[in-house]
Design a protein around this ligand. Structure first.
Ligand code: 5GP
Length: 179
């Protein structure tokens, strides 16, 4: 399949993605039994993964959609700098960040550090995809749907230059110019 200038091949079907999402939901349900975790899906890429995962949880979670700030402002005093949109207090919360993909782990690591400083009870990350790299990641999520080769992927919520978020399946290109 071609998107703009690049050729993409299928990595996982929607059925495979859903099956693995259910596995993650089961694991999270067991680990958080008796708790009310605060789920933070990080937009835009995680919206489909989050919708599927959350509906498979046998819990009563709180959900608040957030977004990475494109820059770190000078706001201080108990505020999260690297995410925007958060309405809830994080104090004493069991937070689960929902990410579409973790690559180097640097982005999510920074977010976790800020959350811990705000007094969370616990912070974990559930990522649908985790890229296998030659060098160790800055952070490896506890909950991972698939470990994938270091290729650029699109579909199931993830985009390539504004295209492809709506694809049901997940596609990859080995063309390095996509990243
Ligand atoms: P990290 O800080 O872990 O290196 O970067 C993670 C972010 O990079 C993800 O949240 C996502 O926005 C973007 N990203 C990394 N790899 C891919 C990819 O293969 N496809 C898409 N669409 N985004 C990616």
């Amino acid at each position: 399949m071609k998107i703009k200038d690049l050729e993409f091949k299928k990595l996982f079907t929607e059925k495979e993605l859903l099956k693995q999402t259910q596995v993650l939901a089961k694991e999270i349900t067991q680990d958080y039994k008796g708790k009310q975790p605060l789920l933070l899906p990080v937009l835009n890429g995680s919206f489909i993964f989050a919708a599927d995962l959350i509906r498979d949880l046998k819990l009563d979670p709180k959900v608040s959609f957030v977004k990475h700030a494109s820059y770190s402002g000078t706001v201080s005093g108990g505020q999260l700098k690297s995410l925007i949109g958060l309405q809830e207090s994080l104090f004493n919360q069991d937070v689960i960040i929902l990410e579409d993909i973790v690559d180097t782990g640097l982005t999510v690591q920074k977010v976790i550090e800020e959350m811990v400083a705000l007094g969370t009870r616990s912070v974990e990350v559930a990522a649908l995809l985790f890229k296998k790299k030659a060098s160790p990641p800055a952070y490896k999520p506890k909950y991972i749907g698939f470990e994938i080769p270091d290729h650029f992927v699109v579909g199931y919520g993830l985009d390539y230059d504004g295209h492809g978020r709506h694809f049901r399946d997940l596609w990859y290109t080995s063309d390095q110019s996509a990243a």
